[in-house]
Design a protein around this ligand. Sequence first.
Ligand code: NAG
Ligand code: NAG
Length: 217
Amino acid sequence: MAGNRYQWFLILLLSSLCSANDGLFGSKFQTDIPEYDLLHAIGVPFSNPKTQYFDEGLDGFPAYGLMPGSDIKSPYRLFMPEKLYAEYSITATVRPANKDGGFLFSVVNPLETVVQLGVQLIPSGPGLTNISLLYTDANIYALSQTIASFVVPSFAKKWSRFALRVTTENVTLFLNCHEFDTVVVKRNPMELVFDSASTLYVGQAGPLIRGAFHNAF
Ligand SMILES: *[C@@H]1O[C@H](CO)[C@@H](O)[C@H](O)[C@H]1NC(C)=O
Ligand SMILES: *[C@@H]1O[C@H](CO)[C@@H](O)[C@H](O)[C@H]1NC(C)=O
């Protein structure tokens, strides 16, 4: 069981992961940027102590651990804005327990068939991991769309921080506070309005999409 778990201590939207000097937000850095800590969806005390636990994170900070079978979900509006701004960042500090990958989080439509927003780790050849950003207007697409992906050295079993900075034109990956790569992305729509009955999942993308993901390998 222990082979397939994630450990996190932070996943934030619109936050400053690295210090402003690291250039994550450059001159646009503002301290009044709204932040949404998706880990609040985990909740303490744990709803299922068999699959959720505390661990030691980076620099000795407490971390959340999730085991297989953990089922963290919530109406998305409790922890996310009603719609996604045109520019934002998603940051994560994570230690995957293995190379199998999976969703760090997702916002899925009410039918649970489309990931409207999500970050997925996918094994990508020996020693490599694909970090993918999913962004889908469920009114237009029946399948989840990956709008940006980056292949990085695998960080299984190692604490790593990464950030995806989404601007009107680009998506940039910062890995352990270093700018890794930028891809040009045409998004439609620019500001994603989530279906009001959407679900936020942490550590998965719901039973349907999760199954499809496993079947693909
Ligand atoms: C990463 O995975 C996604 C989803 O499977 C795929 O669409 C994309 O091409 C991959 N990216 C790279 C750079 O291999
Ligand atoms: C997108 O990336 C290009 C090339 O790195 C850069 O010149 C441009 O300023 C970027 N645009 C935005 C909106 O960040």
